[in-house]
Design a protein around this ligand. Structure first.
Ligand SMILES: Cc1cc2nc3c(=O)[nH]c(=O)nc-3n(C[C@H](O)[C@H](O)[C@H](O)COP(=O)(O)OP(=O)(O)OC[C@H]3O[C@@H](n4cnc5c(N)ncnc54)[C@H](O)[C@@H]3O)c2cc1C
Length: 298
């Protein structure tokens, strides 16, 4: 089946891109594997008009609105392969079915790779968090932890100290030098070098951070900065260029969300080094508009 635009990913960026391409009266296919990055969180914050709502509720409503456009088809499935084919693109999904389009939007997001501290993954998105703007307000005012993934985590501790009394758990990874020690002192951050052995519920909604040597500390939440990897290999398969960031890579895009490969647009977490829903929706809108305009003027 041939489409004007195929959007891979039907979450915040993909829904937004598909909506704009559909409003340009184009035939749009959206392919989605159904694993939005924030599915581990009960509530989403900071996206105006939707503050405090469940992520699945926001996405469900947006998808229903998108499906009201008759030229839009949304299918469940994982796009396994994509290739340039003539003046357009071919995409094959996990059941072997293939689709063609003149333009492609990659809105496939990233995956979080957490440290392997026991208990960490089980609390991800609940009391183990990454972004103070997303979830800091709800846990503010008490003891907070930052679990280091490297010396850069000092900056996370420095920032998060605006939300509470921070202990930086260095997990044996680094000792502060003189400049770093000055920052810790200035921001009243406690420093704990010992390796973290486990994190557990503290039975009052927070966490107990257990350290080697049988010591522990209680925190309302533990922030950490997981490594980000592309949730899909499509951009690499298609030869898109990448930017390297401190936590992972992002597809290179220009101010129209155009990638380094003509005809391919990318938006959302996959195409940015700083991530949130509002940014993803904004990038998706631009990708949808730019994909449409490239069909008109291209
Ligand atoms: C725990 C947690 C909590 C968060 N809380 C907030 C918050 O409160 N507020 C906020 O603004 N931001 C929050 N974020 C950030 C937010 O989740 C992301 O910025 C946002 O989800 C990015 O949207 P996206 O559309 O780019 O990617 P995603 O939401 O990750 O969606 C990508 C979609 O593409 C699909 N996909 C990937 N590969 C393929 C493929 N090959 N074929 C088909 N489909 C594919 C995935 O299954 C998924 O449905 C949170 C993140 C995390 C990890």
């Amino acid at each position: 089946m041939q489409y004007d635009v195929i959007v891979v990913g039907c979450s915040f960026a993909g829904l937004s891109a598909a909506m704009y391409a559909a409003r340009g009266r184009r035939k749009v296919l959206v392919i989605d594997a159904g694993q939005p990055r924030n599915r581990f969180a009960e509530r989403s914050h900071g996206f105006f008009g939707h503050d405090g709502r469940a992520p699945a509720e926001i996405l469900g409503e947006a998808k229903a609105q998108l499906l009201a456009y008759p030229a839009v088809t949304v299918i469940e499935g994982r796009a396994e392969r994509a290739a340039i084919a003539g003046a357009g693109f071919e995409v094959e999904i996990d059941n072997g079915e293939g689709f063609g389009a003149t333009r492609l939007v990659l809105a496939t997001g990233v995956r979080d790779i957490l440290s392997d501290v026991p208990g960490l993954a089980a609390h991800w998105g609940k009391t183990v968090l990454h972004c103070p703007y997303c979830h800091g307000y709800e846990v503010a005012g008490g003891p907070l932890g930052v679990l280091a993934t490297g010396p850069m985590s000092l900056h996370q501790a420095e920032l998060n100290s605006d939300w509470g009394d921070v202990t930086l758990f260095a997990d044996g990874l680094f000792e502060p030098d003189a400049d770093q020690a000055r920052i810790l002192e200035k921001r009243n951050i406690r420093f704990e070098l010992t390796k973290v052995s486990e994190v557990q519920d503290d039975r009052s909604g927070g966490l107990v951070v257990r350290l080697d040597g049988n010591r522990s500390a209680s925190v309302r939440a533990l922030f950490t900065a997981p490594r980000n990897v592309m949730a899909s290999p499509l951009a690499e398969q298609l030869g898109c260029a990448f930017n390297e960031g401190p936590l992972g890579r992002a597809i290179v895009v220009n101010d129209k969300q155009q990638t380094s490969v003509p005809g391919i647009f990318a938006a959302g977490d996959a195409a940015r080094l700083m991530h949130n829903i509002a940014f993803a929706v904004s990038g998706g809108a631009m990708a949808g508009v730019a994909a449409h305009q490239s069909l008109v003027f291209g």
